[in-house]
Design a protein around this ligand. Structure first.
Ligand code: NI
Length: 173
C-alpha cells in the first residue's frame, strides 16, 4: 500500500470530467487500497480519483466517526445519482485538495446512488446526513467540480488566490 500525493487546487486535473471505469483490474484494486489509506491518513472522509491524478470515475469514502465502533470503507466505481430529495441540507464542507478552507454548501439532504463495486457488481443505496453530502461532493469531483464552485465568485476567488499563494510557497520550500 502506498500513500498517494493529493493534488492541490488550482490544477487542471481537478477541472476534468473523468472517464468511466471500463473494467476492474488489479491496478484499480491497488488504487482503491491506496486511496483509502491516503484518505484515512489525511485524515478525510472522502477522496476522488482525480485528486490523486487518476482521471477515472472512482471514489472512496468512510463517514463513520473515528470514535464509533467499526469503520465502513466504501469504494464506488462509476457512481451515479439516481434520485435526490427536494429537502436540502447545509453542511460546512472542506476538501483535501483545498486544505484549511471551509464553507457552507447546500445540497439535497438524501440521495440514492447507483455504482459498481470492486467485485464488478451493481449496488444501490440511499444516503443521508453526512454520507449524502460526502457522496455528492465526491461525485462532483468526477465532473471537475469543487465545493467552492457552489459558492459565490468573490468567496471562490479569495480561496483560489490563497491556494495559489500556498502552492507558490510549497514550490519554493
Ligand atoms: Ni473534495
Amino acid at each position: 500500500m502506498t500513500l498517494r500525493n493529493i493534488i492541490l487546487h488550482p490544477d487542471p486535473r481537478l477541472k476534468t470530467i473523468c472517464k468511466p471505469v471500463a473494467a476492474v483490474s488489479d491496478d484499480l484494486r491497488r488504487l482503491a487500497d491506496d486511496m483509502l489509506a491516503t484518505m484515512y491518513d489525511a485524515p478525510g472522509i472522502g477522496l476522488a480519483a482525480p485528486q490523486v491524478g487518476v482521471l477515472s470515475r472512482m471514489i472512496v469514502m468512510d463517514c463513520i466517526k473515528e470514535d464509533a465502533a467499526a469503520a465502513r470503507p466504501m469504494v464506488l466505481l462509476n457512481p451515479e445519482i439516481v434520485w435526490s430529495s427536494e429537502e436540502l441540507n447545509v453542511y460546512e464542507e472542506g476538501c483535501l485538495s483545498i486544505p484549511d478552507h471551509f464553507a457552507d454548501v447546500e445540497r439535497p439532504a438524501q440521495v440514492t446512488i447507483r455504482w459498481l463495486g470492486l467485485d464488478g457488481k451493481p449496488e444501490e443505496e440511499r444516503f443521508d446526513g453526512l454520507w449524502a453530502t460526502c457522496v455528492q461532493h465526491e461525485i462532483d469531483h468526477l465532473n471537475g467540480r469543487l465545493f467552492i464552485d457552489h459558492l459565490g465568485p468573490i468567496k471562490r476567488q479569495m480561496i483560489t488566490r490563497k491556494m495559489e499563494k500556498l502552492k507558490r510557497e510549497k514550490a519554493r520550500a
